[in-house]
Design a protein. Structure first.
Length: 399
């Protein structure tokens, strides 16, 4: 039996207000004590509140890590979640250390002096700035992106790349790229082959029912191909079916010229994340997954945070050093048939900050480009109409 109310997505929103209230009141009592010249009750009350507030700040950070792993975020919110998580960790460390220092100094005569008390007050006020910024990020996640709100979470995710694709099925924009089936083999000339070759990977289009036409690859040897262009803070989405494949499909990200890259792989009932080093695959974390058939996989690599989802549920979450910007691609290691409905790579920084506000409306980069295209088309149509009128007038004069 869960102790959480039915409407609560997790424990985090129920506890996060305690450290904010406790720490702000503690700073207020500290300031009143200094202003009034009190050396006793006000200072002791502030010390107690700082101590309790520090404990609640650590608890709030921990529940926040659990909350982050329990929700599936809109693409635009992933970068903000990473920043919120980092700020929460720094806040917990700050007030944890600050609470210990104040508690330790409270028993000494040194802490009763005016200068030490002013110094501790200023440091505490600096911490309140940090917790305010952290809380603002959290509020934006909820009120702008609906994170943790059930009605929003049940809404299907929509692709960000809305630019028109070429004959190769690849649409490109400032946000990233989107690859969907168009022609069976036209895409092969648009990618960079790192392992294997265009000739060794057979590609065709097949009907997958509700998913429409999808790619069907016949894999006979390890194959890795990447899309041109570098991405730093990234999200990769792909819809893939490995039912008739003996092996793993690996999302290769931050691929460098020397061949090094990070990866998330699915297959054989497992999802793994890691990186390559001296041509070897170093697995950093492994989790079992039970999904079969079509799987919607999302890979988010944002700084030191690595999160991977399968069918909107977090499957694995790891941490490590940040990667250098690099290319994104797909590695197929095994034999058999792989079906792919789509693959998308998005730059999270661009996705989060690329919206242009016009009055109360937000227009994305792709929408702005489409609007400009429509304006150009209208101008061309007007010019063509004027030419026709001129021709008609000339003909009338000739008659």
């Amino acid at each position: 039996m869960s102790l959480l109310p039915e409407w609560a997505p997790n424990l985090h929103p129920l506890v996060l207000h305690f450290p904010i209230a406790l720490l702000f009141v503690a700073a207020a009592l500290d300031a009143v004590g200094i202003a009034s010249g009190d050396r006793g009750s006000w200072r002791k009350s502030a010390n107690w509140l700082y101590a309790v507030g520090a404990v609640s700040a650590v608890a709030t950070w921990y529940t926040g890590t659990l909350a982050a792993d329990s929700v599936f975020l809109p693409t635009e919110a992933n970068a903000l979640l990473t920043e919120h998580a980092d700020l929460g960790l720094w806040t917990a460390w700050f007030f944890g250390g600050y609470g210990v220092i104040r508690t330790g100094l409270s028993a000494t005569k040194f802490a009763a002096g005016l200068v030490p008390r002013l110094g501790l007050l200023v440091i505490g006020l600096g911490g309140l700035v940090l917790i305010s910024v952290t809380a603002t990020h959290g509020a934006e996640l909820v009120y702008r992106y609906g994170v943790g709100v059930e009605a929003v979470e049940t809404r299907p995710s929509e692709p960000l790349i809305t630019a028109e694709a070429g004959d190769d099925g690849i649409a490109r924009s400032a946000v990233g790229w989107m690859w969907t089936p168009a022609r069976a083999g036209a895409w092969k000339n648009s990618v960079i082959w790192v392992e294997g070759s265009a000739e060794s990977l057979q590609s065709s289009l097949v009907d997958a029912g509700e998913r429409g036409d999808v790619f069907q690859f016949e894999v006979t040897e390890p194959t890795l191909f990447v899309m041109p262009g570098s991405i730093d803070r990234l999200q990769v989405d792909l819809s893939i079916d490995l039912s008739d494949f003996e092996g793993t499909a690996l999302v290769a990200h931050h691929v460098q010229e020397g061949g090094a890259y990070g990866f998330t792989s699915v297959g054989n009932g497992q999802i793994r994340l890691g990186k390559t080093e001296n041509s070897d695959l170093l697995v950093q974390a492994t989790e079992a997954i039970s999904e079969t058939g079509w799987q919607d996989v999302r890979v988010v690599v944002d700084g030191a945070h690595y999160r991977s989802y399968v069918n909107t549920r977090l499957a694995i979450h790891g941490h490590g050093t940040a990667f250098e910007p690099g290319q994104v691609g797909l590695r197929l290691n095994g034999t058999g048939t792989v079906r792919l409905a789509s693959m998308q790579a998005v730059d999270l920084a661009t996705a989060a900050g690329g919206a242009m506000e016009m009055g109360d409306e937000e227009v994305t980069t792709d929408e702005a480009a489409a609007e400009a295209s429509l304006e150009n088309a209208a101008t061309e149509a007007a010019t063509e109409a004027a030419d026709h009128e001129h021709e008609a007038g000339t003909e009338a004069q000739d008659h």
